[in-house]
Design a protein around this ligand. Structure first.
Ligand SMILES: Nc1nc2c([nH]c(=O)n2[C@H]2C[C@H](O)[C@@H](COP(=O)(O)OP(=O)(O)OP(=O)(O)O)O2)c(=O)[nH]1
Ligand SMILES: [Mg+2]
Length: 138
């Protein structure tokens, strides 16, 4: 059977835009192997059953980066279809509280200004997040 639209898996992801006190955002580089390998992203991961998006984001950030954040307002929700799955990205602003971020599940971390985000290669779904951030700072 061919993989038509409706048969694709749907991932629902909590995504963090983590701000520091210098108005920079934390981005991570996905490992080279696997889906969207080598691209930069905002930290986050799948919402587990029974979990709110805020709980998911706080948990993923602890697991992926070993830091504590305050999860704040929602920036945007994006639906996107990749060749092999559908994705919903629920993106929240977060504030970095404590801990030095560690690249536990990624190959690299970087604090960047919103205006520098365009220098990094992100997955296709992220262009709407970056546009929302550019609007947010204006
Ligand atoms: N965290 C995060 N994921 C993103 C972004 N943009 C984007 O397309 N994604 C996609 C990549 C992944 O397919 C999914 C994130 O879920 P995940 O971190 O649990 O997935 P994964 O591919 O690393 O692992 P898995 O599905 O094999 O368990 O969302 C982004 O900015 N941040
Ligand atoms: Mg993840």
């Amino acid at each position: 059977m061919s993989q038509d639209r409706v048969s694709l898996p749907h991932k629902i992801i909590g995504v963090a835009v983590i701000w520091n006190d210098r108005a920079q955002i934390l981005i991570d580089k996905r490992r080279q192997n696997g889906d969207l390998g080598g691209l930069w992203e905002f930290p986050g991961g799948k919402i587990e059953p029974g979990e709110t998006v805020e709980e998911c984001i706080a948990r993923e950030i602890e697991e992926e980066l070993a830091i504590e954040v305050i999860v704040g307002d929602r920036l945007i929700t994006i639906n996107h279809t990749y060749p092999r799955f559908h994705i919903t990205l629920i993106v929240h602003h977060c504030h970095h509280l404590k801990g030095e971020p560690q690249p536990i599940e990624s190959s690299e971390l970087r604090w960047v200004k919103v205006l520098d985000l365009e220098k990094y290669a992100f997955p296709a779904a992220n262009s709407q997040i970056i546009a929302a951030l550019q609007q947010f700072i204006n």
